[in-house]
Design a binder for this molecule. Structure first.
Ligand SMILES: Nc1ncnc2c1ncn2[C@@H]1O[C@H](COP(=O)(O)OP(=O)(O)OP(=O)(O)O)[C@@H](O)[C@H]1O
Length: 636
């Protein structure tokens, strides 16, 4: 049964787009001046491409310049050929006989050879330009993608939790490919304008007024193109969220990570239908614009043709009246024909370029997004060893865009060298507290001190290096087992002894040794040589990252949730080792884990409710005692 959601969701989407048109898309509904203003994005593009490969860029430019002069040369040689043919055909062959006749043909042979030479040269230059463009295009795509990844990585976690940011990232990502087409068009423009100038010099000598006529006749087509380019941009812009949703649906519908659940819940039909519904709506919006564009384009270019044929008729009549030679007629007709094609192409390309330059703004403005969580200039490194620990002073934090405090009025000290467990119900704020400790976010209220100094005053890289967090939703890298542990401290990825020791401590060694490829075994199912692990096996591997990291502050968010009872017991046998001389934070819902900690902090709705040792909290008979009792009952 098809599942349609044209009801509430469809309405919401329509409302969003309408709002988009009134708001964001209105930004995209630009005046000609603003559109031309977008051309300021072109020089930075040139700079980027030049930086990608100066030799290839220069080669493309020089080849185009040479190629630009070929058409006028060919037309001129063509005119000489016709004039020569007319002259030779009109000459009396009688006196000199065959030899003289042959001699008379010699200049013609040279001219023909020159024409052929030019044709071959043009072809060769064309291919060389295409080759240098395509090589440069590939390099440019690689280079920009790497830059995009680097920049995205430097941004705040908050950015990644914001849908508008994803829309922006998506638009920027789409700009990493295909921008060379734009560059090719711009360089093609340069080439064409040189050709046009060279033809114009020739034509101006014969009929300057006609040149003017040609240019004027093409203006309506140009304006039409410019208008529709802006409309296309508006459309693409206002549909970014839906296009992202399409990509997402395609991913959910066919990916190794979702296949299992999609199958057992029979979601395929639902996902495909939802995809189709959205894709059809986008198609329809695009089609309407494409049809309008094609109809207007046809009408407006007819005006251009009118101008051209007016000029052509004029030349034909002037030749018939004896003002031009037959050779002149060939040259002029050829030049006008060529000129018309070139001008039309140039005007269109110009409007495409200015249209494309709008898209470029998406790429450049993405690079302009600045992270907010940054190091102060000349920030000192984190002390080593940490002496006092971390002190939360009335810390409050709201996730961006949320008016609900995830944590508030948090005041406590995480003492250097202690293992502190965080306990609390779902949504109590445990993970948020950890994110603040690792400076993935900065508090909105209060401050966090490290050895008496605000965390924000320390060098960020040094802080991140001093902190190791294994999140509950740790990443299952579809890389080798060895790399999966090495990500804990990627700079040490070649230190196999360190990786093996880490694996041994987290109990991942037995898992890895049983794999066909051992440490070199690719994990996960995404690649053909990959092997999938069980949830607990993955967790052991992820835990290996904590040992690999060997950080001053170690944070484990639900480190044993997926482990069986024996593995959990063994992990905690070694836990003391792991945290020896270190500060540790442990989040867990299992009280067998929690009681390993030196102290326990109980969070409730983002605030500290109780702090103490296991025994103290049990004796206090508060929430901890209640939760502990609830869990203990389950085992009786
Ligand atoms: N990225 C986010 N954006 C907005 N709100 C969030 C985000 N992450 C968490 N929250 C909200 O912040 C509050 C605290 O969440 P947090 O993840 O810290 O809870 P937790 O104690 O770790 O829960 P759990 O035991 O379920 O892991 C919750 O109300 C949650 O809805």
């Amino acid at each position: 049964m098809p599942i349609h959601s044209t009801g509430a969701r469809g309405d919401r989407r329509a409302a969003r787009r309408a709002q988009g048109r009134g708001g964001r898309a209105a930004e995209a509904d630009l005046s000609v001046r603003e559109r031309l203003g977008a051309l300021r994005n072109v020089p930075p593009l040139f700079r980027l491409v030049w930086q990608t490969s100066p030799p290839l860029f220069a080669a493309g430019l020089v080849l185009r310049l040479v190629r630009a002069l070929v058409p006028v040369s060919m037309l001129y040689v063509g005119k000489l050929i016709v004039d020569e043919v007319v002259r030779v055909a009109g000459a009396e062959p009688a006196l000199g006989g065959v030899a003289a006749w042959g001699g008379a043909l010699e200049p013609l042979a040279w001219l023909l050879a020159a024409e052929l030479g030019l044709a071959v040269l043009s072809e060769l230059l064309g291919r060389a330009v295409a080759l240098s463009d395509s090589l440069l295009g590939d390099l440019f795509t690689n280079e920009t993608s790497v830059r995009l990844m680097r920049h995205a990585a430097a941004l705040d976690l908050a950015h990644f939790e914001d849908a508008d940011f994803y829309d922006h990232l998506e638009r920027a990502r789409r700009q990493t490919t295909g921008r060379m087409v734009l560059l090719g068009q711009i360089l093609g423009q340069v080439q064409d304008s040189i050709t046009v100038a060279s033809l114009a010099v020739g034509l101006a000598a014969y009929a300057p007024g006609l040149l003017f006529l040609l240019v004027v006749a093409l203006v309506p087509a140009f304006l039409g193109e410019a208008h529709f380019n802006a409309q296309s941009y508006s459309l693409a812009y206002s549909w970014t969220p839906e296009r992202r949703e399409l990509d997402y649906l395609r991913y959910v519908g066919a990916s190794d990570e979702t296949a299992k659940e999609v199958k057992v819940f029979g979601l395929n039909g639902y996902l495909a239908e939802r995809y189709r519904e959205l894709a059809d709506a986008y198609y329809l919006a695009n089609r309407t614009l494409a049809v309008r564009r094609a109809s207007w384009g046809a009408a407006l270019s007819a005006v251009g043709s009118l101008g051209y044929y007016g000029a052509y008729a004029f030349i034909v009549y002037r030749t018939a009246a004896g003002a031009f030679s037959i050779g002149d007629l060939t040259f002029l007709a050829g030049s006008f024909g060529r000129m018309r094609g070139l001008l039309e192409g140039m005007l269109q390309a110009f409007s495409t370029v200015s249209g494309q330059a709008l898209y470029l703004a998406d790429l450049f403005s993405f690079f302009e997004i600045e992270p907010r969580v940054v190091s102060a200039p000349d920030a000192p490194p984190v002390p080593e060893p940490i002496r006092e620990g971390f002190t939360f002073e009335d810390v409050g934090f709201r996730y961006p865009g949320s008016d609900h405090w995830a944590v508030r009025h948090l005041s406590f000290t995480l003492r250097a060298g202690e293992a502190l467990a965080l306990v609390g119900e779902n949504g109590a704020g445990k993970t948020t507290l950890v994110k603040l400790l690792a400076r993935l976010y900065d508090p909105d209220e209060g401050r966090i001190l490290l050895d008496g100094r605000d965390l924000r005053e320390y060098d960020l890289d040094s802080l991140r290096s001093a902190v190791g967090v294994i999140f509950q939703d740790f990443v299952r890298y579809h890389l080798t087992a060895s790399e999966n542990i090495a990500v804990g401290r990627i700079a040490e990825r070649s230190d196999h002894a360190r990786i093996e020791t880490a694996a041994e401590r987290s109990l991942a060694d037995a898992v890895i040794e049983s794999l066909p490829g051992g440490y070199a075994q690719v994990l996960g199912r995404r690649f053909s040589e990959g092997t999938e692990l069980s949830g607990g096996q993955w967790q052991k591997v992820a835990l290996g990252r904590a040992y690999m990291r060997d950080a001053q502050l170690l944070i484990l968010d639900e480190p044993t949730a997926a482990l069986d009872a024996r593995a959990e017991y063994e992990v905690f046998e070694r836990f003391k080792d792991l945290t020896e001389g270190k500060t540790a934070v442990l989040i867990s819902h299992r009280f067998s884990t929690v009681r390993m900690a030196d102290r326990i902090l109980v969070l409730e709705a983002g605030e500290v409710e109780e702090v103490g040792t296991h025994e103290e909290l049990l004796a206090a008979g508060g929430r901890y005692a209640e939760l502990f009792e609830l869990q203990a009952q389950g085992y009786r």
